[in-house]
Design a protein around this ligand. Structure first.
Ligand code: ADE
Length: 284
């Protein structure tokens, strides 16, 4: 196992100091935007923006649909920081670098993290446009020492060994479900297990059949590492997948997943997610 950069308290504090000198907002809620979800920030009030590239020691976004901004502002009556664009290991980052933004949020004062992602729908009841509230995950990189928490542990953030049986906060899921019912979105919202794969290729049909067999409902290339870093640091977590394509289980099928399809499906649902999150945040 390679150690990579140690994203310790000192490293993160230099980023936090830089942000604090420029941004007056003290966020208690963080949002991580998946592919095409950057628009979630559009209804924020008094927004202040920092580009990732202007923040020393901060990674850069390389994926189309991930703009690369930290947006601070008021949303649902709370002070919020939105990550427009996340980092994935397939972009070539050392796995520890995925921890940087989440640890920055922790030191800025974030207590609750909402994450979104685009995902393939494995469960045959899922359709493109469905939202899946994540209740648990299976992380292939996480189980195979490509774990974001592997390497030297900085006790300033959390303990070496952490339980993740309650990683996806049941109270936050209940609040979300209530909001969904009241806003009449129940027919497009489900709950399920997220399979985290390394990517960057979409899964083969045989891989999809395996994922379905082991209990996954949706599959994607993100979220689980950020959830681990957040839980390690004691941040409460809520995560939502948007089904942007239905996973192909049969190699004779003519259906093919594509990033354009993912961005199109996200575009069609992002306003709904923004409204649901705004209402959810107002109830936290
Ligand atoms: N992101 C969007 N769709 C995906 C899929 N089918 N697999 C992995 N990541 C995805």
């Amino acid at each position: 196992i390679k150690n990579g950069p140690c994203i310790n308290r000192k490293y993160v504090q230099t980023i936090v100091d830089f942000i604090r000198e420029r941004i007056s907002i003290l966020p208690t809620v963080g949002i991580v935007c998946g592919s095409g979800f950057g628009k979630i920030a559009s209804r924020m009030k008094n927004a202040q923006v920092l580009k990732y590239e202007d923040i020393p020691n901060f990674p850069r976004s390389t994926v189309v649909g991930h703009p690369g901004n930290l947006v601070f502002g008021e949303f649902g009556g709370k002070m919020v920081v939105v990550m427009q664009g996340r980092f994935h290991m397939y972009e070539g980052y050392e796995r520890q670098q995925i921890a940087i933004p989440i640890r920055v949020m922790k030191l800025l004062g974030v207590e609750i993290l909402l994450l979104t992602n685009a995902a393939g729908g494995l469960n045959r009841s899922l359709k493109v446009g469905d939202l899946v509230c994540i209740k648990d995950h299976i992380s292939f990189p996480g189980m195979s020492l490509n774990n974001v928490l592997a390497g030297p542990n900085d006790e300033d953030f959390g303990e070496r060994f952490i339980a993740i049986s309650d990683a996806y906060d049941s109270t936050l899921r209940s609040i979300f479900k209530k909001v969904v019912a009241e806003m009449n979105f129940s027919d497009v919202v489900k709950e399920g297990v997220y399979a985290h794969v390394g990517g960057p290729n979409y899964e083969s049909p045989a891989e999809c059949r395996m994922l379905l067999m082991i209990g996954a409902d949706v599959v994607g290339m993100s979220t689980a590492p950020e959830v681990l870093v957040a839980r390690h640091a004691g941040i409460r977590v809520f995560a939502l997948s948007l089904v942007t394509n239905v996973s192909v289980l049969d190699q004779e099928s003519k259906e093919k997943a594509s990033h354009e399809e993912v961005l199109r499906a996200t575009e069609a649902r992002v306003d709904d997610v923004e409204k649901l999150f705004e209402e959810m945040i107002s109830r936290l």
